[in-house]
Structures are given as structure tokens and as C-alpha cells.
Design a binder for this molecule. Structure first.
Ligand code: 13P
Ligand code: SF4
Length: 312
């Protein structure tokens, strides 16, 4: 760590104490950002943590929909996002007004939405899910009840295949990072490292998920790599997770899967990388930018998230 980073880390520790603030960070943020977090997790764990955390300020080191979820669940806390431009291509692929019009076409359907959505879409949702619990959420709904699943066509398609439900209508959205992984390059890596297990996030295309030894959320992938006897893993999700994998399992090796065009760096989520130590310092100092929303939308969105948390 250089002198500048060390000074920033020290300043962040000071500000957290002074302002009774905690930092929640997603696994896809940079290793320096992960190192200043009080809690590191996948989107499900962070949503639950946001609800229970004992602090006046939550600084969300992640993307906008995650900070919004924290605010929905913790309306009395100040929720800050270091860079409000940190969006999500998947959440942006589902506009709330267009989704409302889509919903009108399926009046008998129950709406299940992945948490990677704006608060406006969550307000139109009956029950949210994350990649950790999407299967349990869908299985908690009676088999004869038709469902709209939004916004990720890949996660939706994967759950449809696992459950065999043909009464699920999918919104046609996707994540630009996970759609870019190349099956061909994963198979090349597999022949170079034949003992390696392939671990895949369900936002990847079905053709990629089909060659996986394990498909799951970031937290699920981490757990699988710890429990499985293999010592090498080909990791088909955003490359930020490698920092936590190497920290947790230093004796194992992790090979990042390349995207279709290796020069594009698109196995990295550019939005997650917008959070920097500098932006965390200025966000805590000025207590801004802050997440704000109208109470009616918040209440409706809260219902759909609490319905998810209630599914065991
Ligand atoms: P997790 O639910 O696995 O944390 O994933 C969130 C996400 O944005 C994946 O791209
Ligand atoms: Fe959104 Fe994809 Fe980034 Fe996850 S990796 S936050 S789904 S753009």
C-alpha cells in the first residue's frame, strides 16, 4: 500500500468512528475498497445486514440498486453512495414504466424480481429474489401460479429449467459482464487445466451454465470452492471476487474466465470499480450523495423485499 492509500484508509477509519458509520461492500468492488469494509458480502447478505446494522450512516460500496435496497430496509438511517453513477446494466435493462405496461399484459401473474432492479420495479414486484435464493423463492409459489420473472433472462431461464415450470414469463434483460463470457475460452481453459472445476454465476448464458460444475451466487461460489476437494477453479463471474477467494483459500488457485474479447476487460463490472478510497472519504466527509426516495414507493418496495427475506 502506498502512502496516499494508507492515509486514505486512516481517514476512513476516523470518519467511520466520528460519524457512527459502517461500510457495506460487495465482492465485486476493488480489493482496497473491500479492505475498508465492515461487512463484505453478496447482494442477499448485504440487504439483510443493512436492515439489522446498528449505525446512523450506511455507506454502500457497491452499485446504486444495492444502496437503494439498503435505504428501503433502513429508512431511518442515512444511506450514502460514493458514486451515484455506479449503475447496473441489468437494473437499467428494466425501466419501471415499461415494466408496468408489461405487467398489465399478464394480470394473473405473480411478479418475482431479482434484486438487481430499481426501487420503482421493486414497488411493482410481489416478491424479490437474489441469485442465492431465486430457486427457493420460485419454489415457495404454488406450481399452478403463473409468474413474471424479471429482469434477468439468464437467471430466469436457469430457474425455469431447474423447476420445470413452463408458466414463467421472462423479462428480456441481461448483465453486460456475465453475458460476455466466452464458452470457447472456458473450454480451452478446461483442457489446459483438466482438474479444475468450473464455477459459474447464473447471470451467464445457458450455454456457459451447462458446462459448470457449480452454478450459484457469489456467496454460493465462495462456499463451494471452500468445501470442494478440487484445488483449481475456473471462475466465471466478475473478477473482483478473486480477491476474497485468494484471501479465504490461499492454498487453492483461481483462474478468471476471459470474456469474448480479452482486450475489453469486460469480466470486470465498470460500475463496481467506480467506488474508490477517495470517493469514500469525500462521501463520508460531506455525508453526500445520499439515497432518497418517496415514501409510497419505498413502502411498496419494502413489502417485496420482506416477502423475500421471509422465504426460508
Ligand atoms: P450476487 O447476488 O451473487 O451478489 O450478485 C449480484 C450481482 O450484481 C451479480 O452480477
Ligand atoms: Fe449489474 Fe452486472 Fe455489475 Fe452485477 S456485474 S452489478 S449485474 S452490471
Amino acid at each position: 500500500m502506498n502512502n496516499n492509500s494508507a492515509a486514505l484508509v486512516e481517514r476512513i477509519a476516523q470518519l467511520k468512528k466520528e460519524k457512527n458509520a459502517v461500510i457495506l461492500a460487495h465482492y465485486y468492488t476493488t480489493p482496497e475498497v473491500q479492505a475498508v469494509a465492515d461487512f463484505l458480502g453478496d447482494s442477499l447478505a448485504l440487504s439483510v445486514k443493512a436492515k439489522d446494522v446498528d449505525a446512523e450512516i450506511i455507506l454502500f460500496a457497491g452499485v446504486h440498486f444495492m444502496a437503494e435496497t439498503a435505504k428501503v430496509l433502513s429508512p431511518d438511517k442515512k444511506v450514502l453512495i460514493p458514486n451515484p453513477k455506479a449503475g447496473c446494466s441489468l437494473a437499467e435493462s428494466c425501466d419501471a414504466a415499461e415494466f408496468a405496461a408489461f405487467k398489465v399484459k399478464y394480470p394473473d401473474h405473480l411478479v418475482v424480481s431479482y434484486v438487481n432492479t430499481t426501487v420503482g420495479v421493486k414497488a411493482l414486484t410481489d416478491i424479490c429474489c437474489t441469485s442465492s435464493n431465486a430457486l427457493q423463492v420460485v419454489e415457495s409459489i404454488p406450481a399452478d401460479q403463473p409468474i413474471i420473472f424479471a429482469p434477468d433472462r439468464n437467471l430466469g431461464g436457469y430457474i425455469k429449467k431447474l423447476t420445470g415450470r413452463d408458466n414463467m414469463v421472462l423479462w428480456d434483460g441481461a448483465c453486460h459482464v456475465h453475458e460476455e463470457f466466452s464458452l470457447e475460452k472456458i473450454l480451452e481453459l478446461k483442457s489446459k487445466y483438466p482438474a479444475a472445476k468450473v464455477v459459474v454465476h447464473p447471470e451467464c448464458k445457458a450455454t456457459v451454465a451447462e458446462v459448470a460444475d457449480y452454478v450459484g451466487s457469489t456467496a454460493g461460489i465462495l462456499e463451494y470452492c471452500g468445501k470442494d476437494e478440487a484445488t483449481e477453479f475456473i471462475v466465471v463471474t466478475e473478477a473482483g471476487i478473486l480477491a476474497e477467494m485468494r484471501r479465504k483459500y490461499p492454498e487453492k488457485s483461481f483462474i478468471p474466465a476471459p470474456p469474448i474479447d480479452s482486450a475489453c476487460g469486460c469480466n470486470e463490472c465498470k460500475y463496481m470499480k467506480m467506488v474508490t478510497l477517495e470517493s469514500i472519504v469525500s462521501c463520508l466527509e460531506g455525508e453526500s450523495p445520499e439515497i432518497e426516495m418517496d415514501e409510497k414507493t419505498r413502502k411498496s418496495a419494502e413489502r417485496s423485499i420482506l416477502n423475500m427475506i421471509a422465504v426460508k
